[in-house]
Design a binder for this molecule. Structure first.
Ligand code: FE2
Length: 400
């Protein structure tokens, strides 16, 4: 085992700089490592970065697809020099970035970098999901940095690259503060379905991005804040399972929060008095049998395709029909072979038959449960409902 606490990581190189990180301070803040991969030869490329809060970090993806005469970007990421270098190389071979798609109305993590990305490709059109909003004040798009002369609204202003892509949407739903909507794209040549948050595929092994810096995994692999961050394959896997549980349920069933005196008693120990170790502050206590509660989320031989519990319990709890209707559209794409989501694993094998099976399973199982791992999400949703922050019928407000 190797103690990595306090050591400088390779991550600290200038080309990964993201100076706008204070706008939405997500780990790893001002330095974003990008993992670039061709995932379907000459057709689809994936750019992944980690994104998270308190070391609960999962991969988020910008996908580039080949379209007639150039390239299209689906979903934005912070355009670090490292990321741009590889996109420019693709442009040299396949033609210019013609379009950048913002495929969601609500996910701030998907929009915050769009103004900077659009400035990096000044000739590309921006195609944005309908119903954009900002909080606490709903500002005009130009005030948020969207270039008004080349921004188009998907469906309202047409659709890009229809010779290569089929477009359809999930939602819209009223989520109280604004609107949830997501635009999916079926890229015909690669037989790939591009989605943002609607479906994810999670595997049991930690994503490759953590090979560059496993700190987040090791931080969450411990039982107490006074333990050093020790690296081993087992520690990485353990940390990943816990991160997936956090990301899925916010507060998993088998987790408790120790009292403040107990947290402090185990903090600030020698070797851990540094920001990387959060000074030993580890405000979590896992039950002995915590591991079994992660099993349903993780695929063993291939990523497990699922609806993210946060989405199901906080966005769709009273709109199962909207999700099923969307999944029926997905299941009708007979030629489909791959799912490429903006989070977790990609590409993942996903056929029309897989979508039908998933749809049948969802129809049969209870939707947005209240118990076990779902308890916290359920409490949160019910509280928002009681305070009338979220509506009882999310499908009634937006009819476009
Ligand atoms: Fe997201």
């Amino acid at each position: 085992m190797k103690d990595i606490s306090g050591k400088k990581q390779d991550l600290l190189v200038p080309k990964q700089d993201w100076p706008w990180w204070p706008l939405f301070p997500l780990y790893p803040y001002g330095k974003k490592k990008t993992l670039f991969k061709e995932i379907i030869q000459d057709q689809v490329w994936s750019f992944e970065q980690l994104q998270g809060i308190y070391y609960v970090a999962v991969p988020v993806r910008l996908t580039v697809v080949k379209v007639s005469g150039g390239l299209m970007i689906y979903n934005s990421l912070p355009p670090t020099a490292e990321l741009l270098k590889d996109v420019v190389q693709l442009e040299e071979k396949h033609g210019p970035v013609k379009s950048i798609v913002l495929p969601t109305a609500s996910g701030l993590e998907h929009k915050i970098s769009l103004p900077a990305l659009s400035r990096a490709f000044p000739k590309a059109n921006l195609w944005i999901c309908p119903g954009q909003w900002s909080f606490p004040i709903d500002l005009p798009l130009s005030w948020l940095g969207f270039p008004s002369d080349r921004t188009r609204v998907l469906f309202a202003d047409g659709l890009p690259h229809t010779d290569c892509c089929d477009w359809f949407f999930l939602g819209p739903l009223d989520i109280g503060l604004g609107r949830f909507q997501e635009v999916s794209c079926y890229h015909k040549k690669s037989k790939s379905l591009l989605v943002t948050d609607s479906l994810i595929g999670i595997e049991a092994s930690p994503p490759e991005l953590f090979d560059f810096d496993p700190t987040a995994l090791l931080f969450h692999s411990r039982e107490n804040g006074d333990e050093p961050l020790l690296d081993s394959p087992e520690a990485r896997k353990k940390g990943w399972k816990r991160i997936v549980l956090f990301a899925s349920f916010l507060r998993p069933e088998k987790l408790s929060i120790p009292s403040i005196p107990n947290i402090l008693k185990k903090s600030f120990k020698p070797g851990l008095r540094n920001p990387k170790s959060h000074f030993g502050l580890y405000p979590f206590e896992w039950d002995k049998d915590w591991e079994s509660s992660s099993q349903k989320l993780l695929g063993i031989s291939r990523p497990s395709i699922q609806v993210a519990p946060v989405l199901e319990r906080l966005v769709f709890p009273r709109a199962k029909k909207s999700f099923i209707d969307w999944l029926a559209k997905v299941a009708s794409i007979n030629s489909m072979k791959w799912l490429i989501s903006s989070h977790y694993s990609a590409r993942v094998s996903f056929s029309s038959n897989d979508a039908s099976v998933l749809k049948s399973r969802i129809i049969k199982r209870s939707w947005a449960p209240d118990k076990g791992n779902w308890s916290f999400l359920s409490w949160l949703d019910k509280s928002l409902l009681n305070l009338r922050i979220v509506p009882s019928d999310p499908r009634s407000r937006f009819k476009d």
